[in-house]
Design a protein around this ligand. Structure first.
Ligand code: ATP
Ligand code: MG
Length: 389
């Protein structure tokens, strides 16, 4: 039996005149994600997208898994394609639905008749299909209020589609419709979650990572790439910049007062990131900061960090508890990687008594012994890129 994947738009449907652009972006992203699985034909009609495989041995489970991570998709399902003919719907369509209702106790049927020339009305289609399914599975009960599975028969322009239940999609907006921003990615729990959250709002990601070899080793770098690869399953490919940060950190450690180490370092990160992000056509930075989590995330400390960036800084986790962040990181499969025990550059030179109520003036004075411009130029010049997919 011929099968397809049906995809429903979510928030995109509210986009009025821009709707078509948003739908097209979502379709482009679906196409890109499915490409490795073979050729598919994709059509859209009335806030539904139809994905039709061209090959017989198409891996539906893989395809559904991939579609489940495309932002902009509100719901999706596998569906059987029937002729627009009641006999076909009630024989092959009902066989297919019965197969999917194994292990289920209650169901109902809904019919949608987009083609008003179809001879039967929706309630008649539902009743007939309900009867055909009950013939095949007499143990099933119809429950119109709270069924375990709703079987839907949609009569459209070219065919009738039968589906049994649907899965929730990733929601959000299609990546690429919200501009471009750079995630400052560490190996921790927070920054991959922050990246995912902004990709969910349609933002295309690039990434910036500060590495301090030999204090941070190759495994720490691999960990960051592995994290980005998990995020890229949702966001699409991510261009990752790795910034050599050792010299700056060592000089801070040598020449600046200890209680300001972290804040000076964070201001360097913001300044270098602003430069790199602008060069990569980004209009914002993203960090995984959340108020109060560590000494460098008090309001005064955040203000000092923020003032060093010369573009918008998005902090999607700002009001979230660690537990909420962890639960997202489990959902997007970054948690197990994040908790691997490799050093991040932030943990290399940690002051014993960090300042929690700093001012920009005090941090600048503490950083004065360093030749900031030369250090930033050198770090930017030494930055290396790799595409993570
Ligand atoms: P995370 O779990 O993301 O590491 P965190 O709570 O440990 O966050 P910090 O280590 O203070 O907090 O870092 C705050 C934010 O700064 C991170 O969420 C990340 O966006 C950025 N950041 C920290 N270390 C790096 C790094 N080595 N390279 C790039 N960005 C970094
Ligand atoms: Mg960290």
């Amino acid at each position: 039996m011929k099968e397809i994947i049906l995809v429903k738009n979510g928030e995109i449907a509210l986009k009025g005149l821009n709707r078509s652009n948003f739908e097209d972006a979502m379709i482009r992203n679906i196409r890109r994600r499915l490409k490795p699985l073979g050729n598919v034909q994709i059509r859209k009609a009335q806030s539904t997208v139809f994905i039709e495989p061209c090959d017989d041995n198409f891996d539906f489970e893989q395809a559904l898994d991939r579609v489940s991570r495309v932002f902009g998709v509100a719901a999706f399902s596998r569906a059987a394609v029937c002729e627009k003919d009641m006999a076909d719907i009630l024989s092959r369509g009902a066989d297919w639905a019965a197969e999917r209702l194994k292990g289920v106790k209650t169901f109902k049927v809904e019919a949608k008749r987009a083609d008003k020339r179809f001879p039967l009305k929706s309630p008649e289609i539902s009743a007939a299909m309900g009867g055909a399914i009950l013939e095949r599975c007499p143990y099933l009960k119809v429950d119109v209020r709270n069924p375990e599975v709703t079987v839907v028969v949609e009569v459209r322009d070219f065919a009738a589609y039968v589906r049994a239940g649907q899965e929730s999609g990733a929601g959000g907006m299609p990546v690429g419709t919200g501009g471009r921003a750079a995630i400052l990615i560490s190996g921790g729990i927070d920054s991959p979650v922050a990246a995912w959250m902004m990709a969910k709002r349609g933002i295309e990601l690039t990434a910036i990572h500060f590495a301090s070899p030999p204090y941070t080793g190759p495994l720490a770098l691999k960990k960051v790439k592995d994290l980005l690869r998990q995020v890229a399953r949702y966001s699409g490919p991510i261009n990752m910049a790795t910034v050599p940060f050792t010299k700056i950190q060592e000089l801070i450690g040598e020449k600046c007062p200890e209680e300001y180490f972290t804040l000076i370092m964070r201001r360097y990160m913001m300044k270098i990131s602003s430069r790199l992000a602008r060069r990569d056509h980004c209009s914002a930075l993203i960090t995984g900061e959340s108020v109060g989590q560590v000494a460098s995330q008090t309001l005064p400390a955040l203000q000092v960090t923020d003032a060093a960036a010369d573009m918008l800084v998005l902090r999607p986790l700002i009001g979230m508890d660690k537990e909420e962040i962890v639960s997202i990181s489990r959902k997007i499969d970054t948690f197990d990687i994040s908790v691997l025990p490799y050093e991040d550059c932030c943990t290399v030179f940690t002051p014993r008594h960090p300042r929690t109520r700093p001012t920009v003036e005090a941090v600048d004075a503490a950083a004065a012994p360093l030749d900031e411009q030369a250090l930033i130029d050198e770090a930017v010049a030494g930055t290396e890129y790799e595409l993570i997919d």
